[in-house]
Design a protein around this ligand. Structure first.
Ligand SMILES: NC(=O)c1ccc[n+]([C@@H]2O[C@H](COP(=O)([O-])OP(=O)(O)OC[C@H]3O[C@@H](n4cnc5c(N)ncnc54)[C@H](O)[C@@H]3O)[C@@H](O)[C@H]2O)c1
Length: 313
């Protein structure tokens, strides 16, 4: 039987591309996109869309009943940099939206959930290199606290109520179709736009700030592979470490200079530096590789080629 899917927060950086890919795979009419605002024209034209507040349980329930939804992908959230400015709003959005979908599954109104966590669950006391799946966490940002709490609740709902919830800790994501939404790794997208427009970029992180990153195609594929894996393979019900590449702003600039030799980068670290300094530099994702076969395919130079080629068009 064909399954029906609802995406909450479908108009953001990840939601937009996830909507396209799920529609490609399962058919436009079976994937309902939703957000508190409308998305870009091509997203809006690609299939059914509902204006929906992810913090409103009854509103989500109505849409779930109307379309007979089986699976929910919860992509609505306030990201790390913005959340530091609006801590209460971030907590309300990030936690209440998650409780809403967990409770819908507990009530057996939906059968499967995808909810993304982040490398922001880790904190300054976490081992920085090759950060293991299980490590000291102690996140120091509002966003990280909400993600760590979310992970605990996902595991709890799975163990206690049998809710089939699946999650990965995304690293910083690099994409060209939609701009990022207020995170600490946004520089890694802005830099390509400004390299092409101005030939120069002022980076808000210092040149040696090494962070785990991933090209969007890998992130979407990981999400879909995780959701399609047989239940018994998914043994981590908090969230899986997910890795691909790690680099510094300077290394990214050098990768761009191999295409645009005159490209110049300057560094003016702001409040986001403190957030970045509290996060891992690289991630050990061996459990995801072992349990459901995760394997990344884009490195930094491949990402740079993809980004510059597509943005030029
Ligand atoms: N982009 C990254 O690098 C990254 C890294 C790690 C984790 N994540 C996680 O992935 C998920 C999606 O991130 P993203 O980068 O696409 O974020 P984004 O900010 O680009 O998109 C979030 C979307 O949620 C929508 N939204 C906000 N409040 C809403 C509400 N009340 N109801 C419905 N929709 C609402 C926004 O309009 C926006 O379209 C988030 O949980 C985020 O924490 C992202």
């Amino acid at each position: 039987m064909q399954k029906t899917i609802l995406i909450l927060g479908a108009c953001g950086q990840i939601g937009t591309e996830l909507t396209y890919e799920l529609r490609n795979k399962y058919g436009s009419e079976t994937v309902v996109a939703s957000d508190i605002r409308e998305g870009n024209d091509s997203l809006m034209a690609s299939g059914p869309f509902e204006l929906l507040d992810a913090t409103n349980y009854e509103a989500i329930e109505d849409v779930v009943m109307h379309y007979e939804i089986d699976e929910v992908y919860l992509m609505a959230a306030m990201l790390s940099a913005t959340a530091e400015k609006f801590p209460n709003r971030a907590w309300n959005l990030n936690m209440n939206s998650l409780f809403n979908v967990l409770n819908l599954a507990k009530e057996k109104k939906i059968s499967k959930i995808f909810w993304p966590s982040s490398i922001a669950v880790f904190g300054p006391n976490t081992p920085k290199e090759n950060t293991p799946q299980h490590a000291i966490m102690e996140p120091s940002t509002v966003y990280g606290i909400s993600k760590q709490s979310g992970e605990r609740w996902c595991e709890y709902y799975n163990k206690k109520y049998g809710v089939d919830v699946r999650s990965v800790r995304y690293p910083g994501l690099i994409s060209w179709k939609t701009m990022p939404g207020g995170g600490t790794t946004d520089y890694a997208v802005e830099i390509y736009h400004e390299a092409l427009e101005k030939g120069a970029y002022q980076c808000f992180l210092g040149k040696d700030t090494k962070l785990p990153m991933m090209y969007m195609d890998d992130a979407i594929r990981a999400t879909m592979e995780l959701m399609e894996s047989p239940t018994e393979k998914i043994q981590v019900r908090s969230s899986y470490n997910l890795g691909s590449m790690s680099f510094t702003p300077q290394e990214m600039a050098e990768s761009i200079q191999r295409h645009i030799p005159d490209f110049e980068i300057t560094y003016e670290p702001d409040f986001r530096q403190t957030i970045a300094d509290s996060w891992p530099s690289s991630i050990d994702d061996s459990l995801a590789r072992k349990q459901w076969g995760w394997k990344p395919s884009f490195n930094l130079d491949q990402t740079t080629s993809e980004m510059l080629d597509n943005l030029k068009k």
